[in-house]
Design a protein around this ligand. Sequence first.
Ligand SMILES: O=c1nc[nH]c2c1ncn2[C@H]1C[C@H](O)[C@@H](COP(=O)(O)OP(=O)(O)OP(=O)(O)O)O1
Ligand SMILES: [Mg+2]
Length: 204
Amino acid sequence: MMRKLSSGDRLVLASHNAGKLREITALLEPYGIDVTSAGVLGLPEPEETEDTFAGNARLKAHFAAKETGLIALSDDSGIEVDALDGAPGVYTADWAETENGRDFMQAMSRTWRELEERNAPEPRTGRFVCTLCLAWPDGHDQIYRGDASGRLVWPPRGDQGFGYDPIFMRDGQSVTFGEMPYSQKEPLSHRSAAFRKLVAEALV
Ligand SMILES: O=c1nc[nH]c2c1ncn2[C@H]1C[C@H](O)[C@@H](COP(=O)(O)OP(=O)(O)OP(=O)(O)O)O1
Ligand SMILES: [Mg+2]
């Protein structure tokens, strides 16, 4: 059974990623939902032990819903590179981990180096994937997935966006997500593709 969010509902965003929080808050903005976040409420980050986007999205959303008693929305996402058999995929954030925190320049360099080592033909295609999970405190949940296909380019370009945005060029575009203001990335992104499904089923 499917549930809907209504104007005035309080929602916790179950993410600690500032880039995602910015984008999801902007997507929710028109709907009159009262939005807070896991960080603002002092929630810890649960360990992402699943090997699928949906599994980790569920784990993050259910954790936040249980801890707060609020409806929770999580986002599990990543980039799948075809010539790397879908890597880094669900492990995209892990590829950026260093002993001093996350370093996406290092993760992007590793990705490009592995493509070079395999002599992957151009274009080096792949897609961003986003899985949103909307979870209620009683354990009910709804999942929405979106993707955005394109190709990887080198060197990194642009300082907007976050994560892998500087090396991702969406199909039909001639600049990377890192070179776009958010207003230009939004309609093209995996996150908004997933969010459109959420809106269709759970918001209006
Ligand atoms: O639009 C995007 N533009 C660029 N890079 C992106 C995007 N969307 C996901 N990504 C990359 C970076 C992110 O770190 C990783 C997801 O890892 P993921 O575990 O889902 O998120 P996270 O640990 O950063 O935040 P949290 O789990 O608290 O929501 O994929
Ligand atoms: Mg994470």
